[in-house]
Design a protein around this ligand. Structure first.
Ligand SMILES: [Mg+2]
Length: 296
């Protein structure tokens, strides 16, 4: 539906744009403590084609921490443009029951943030919610409290269900591993506050003042989270090969990005060349992009 939801910006330049370009962080803009080469400049260049926003499945860190990290790595971003799974847990619980008692099997930063937002972070099982994410200090005692809380009727809220993440010293267990303890005991999360959950993405868009049915481009390195989120939202997507996904993974996965590029620098070049539109664009692996749209 060309033209339906695109709009001209930049006056005489006539460039089409997105309501927002929503970037993943890890593996997309940085790896460990280094920016992916060319990424800071690419984000600046991509602002010409839409609001640039940053949505991370990081459930340990909140937006101030992630914004500081991005700025330190050379990205020109504002804190208000960044949202993480940890932030979305706080938003979800605020929507459900402000001031509730919460057992947090989560990072110290998320626990502190919950307290700062008026929640009572408990060390017992008489709670309304069990929040679960990456908890580096998890003990059997805390797990027992979690079980007792669930048996007592608490609702389980997960930062996300990513199985693993690339840590500085190698692949590490992500929130999905911790959710697995609860699933193993027979409990499912009532809410997941990260990609590919549509409710989580909608919550982030709402906080940014954006409509559900806007025109969005999701950019990420993970087929399971970033590209699946885009597909569920009916949005366009760019898979970057600078993180976890490899080209060969496309053969094994049902979800298809709109375009595949080596990295965000290549994405910026593609949009520039293509008048601000990835559709019909020629990324590094255009055959995949074409098949994604059913054209081959
Ligand atoms: Mg990533």
């Amino acid at each position: 539906m060309p033209g339906k939801d695109s709009r001209a910006v930049g006056g005489a330049t006539g460039k089409t744009s997105y309501d927002a370009i929503v970037f993943d962080l890890d593996g997309t803009l940085y790896r460990g403590d280094a920016a992916i080469p060319g990424a800071p400049e690419a984000v600046t260049a991509l602002r010409e084609f839409g609001r640039c926003l940053f949505l991370s499945n990081n459930g340990e860190c909140t937006s101030p921490t992630l914004a500081r990290r991005l700025i330190k790595l050379g990205f020109d971003v504002r804190e208000s443009e960044v949202t993480s799974s940890a932030d979305l847990v706080v938003k979800r619980l605020e929507a459900e029951k402000p001031g509730a008692r919460v057992l947090g099997l989560v990072s110290a930063e998320l626990a502190r943030t919950l307290e700062a937002h008026g929640f009572e972070v408990a060390d017992d099982s008489r709670v309304d919610f069990v929040a679960v994410g990456v908890d580096r200090e998890l003990t059997r005692r805390r797990l027992v409290l979690g079980l007792e809380a669930m048996l007592g009727g608490a609702a389980l809220v997960a930062t996300n269900e990513d199985p693993t993440y690339p840590g500085e010293k190698g692949i590490r267990p992500a929130a999905g591993a911790y959710v697995g303890f609860f699933r193993g005991m027979g409990f499912e999360p009532a809410w997941r506050c990260g990609k590919p959950d549509v409710g989580a993405v909608e919550s982030a868009l709402r906080a940014w003042g954006l409509p559900r049915d806007g025109r969005y481009l999701f950019v990420g390195d993970n087929l399971h989270s970033d590209i699946t989120a885009a597909e569920r939202m009916g949005a366009e997507s760019a898979l970057v090969l600078s993180g976890v996904a490899r080209e060969a993974d496309l053969e094994k996965h049902a979800v298809r990005p709109t375009v595949v590029v080596d990295d965000v620098a290549r994405l910026a070049e593609l949009l520039e060349r293509n008048g601000g539109d990835v559709r019909g664009g020629r990324g590094r692996t255009s055959a995949h992009a074409k098949s994604a749209r059913g054209e081959v």
